[in-house]
Design a protein around this ligand. Sequence first.
Ligand code: HEC
Length: 135
Amino acid sequence: MNRFMVFAVIALVFAAQASMANDKAKLMARGQQVYTEYCKTCHQANGQGLGAVYPPLAKSDYLKNTPMPQIIKEIVNGKSGKIKVNGKEYNGVMAPLPKKYTDEDIASVVTYVYNSFGNSGPIVTVADVKKHKKK
Ligand code: HEC
C-alpha cells in the first residue's frame, strides 16, 4: 500500500464513523418525538412507569435481557400477560403501535428507549424493524 492508499483508508474509516454517529443522532431526535407523543402517556417522561400498571423502561432488566427482535415485535404488535420488570410483576395490556408510525419512527423510538433513562442498548435500524416487526 502506498501512502495515498493508507490515507484514503483512514479517511473512509472516519467518514463511516461520522455517518454512524450522525444516524444515531437522527434516530435519537426522532425517537424522542415519538416517545413524547405516544409512549410517554403510559411509561412517563423519564421512563419511570406508573403505579402497578405501566412498567418502567428506565434501567428495565426486561428490556436489557429480552432479545431485540422480541422487543421490536412487542412494541409494534402490542403485549399483554404477566411480566416481571425490575422485580415487580405486571399484568397489563400494551396496545399495538398506531399504523401511522413508519419503520423509521419505530427504529427511532426503540433506539431512543435503548439509549435513554440510564439504559445502554443497541442502535436499531430500519432493516432490523422490517425483519422483526411481523408477528
Ligand atoms: C397505553 C399504554 C402504553 C403505551 C402508549 C405504551 N406502552 Fe409499553 N407497555 C405498556 C404496558 C401495560 C406494558 C406491560 C404489558 C404486560 O403487562 O404484559 C408495556 C410494556 C412495555 C415494554 C416491556 C416491559 C418493560 O418495561 O421493559 C417495553 C420495552 C415498552 N412497553 C415500550 C414501549 C414503547 C417504546 C412505547 C411507545 C412506542 C410504548 N411502550 C407505549 C403500556 C403502554
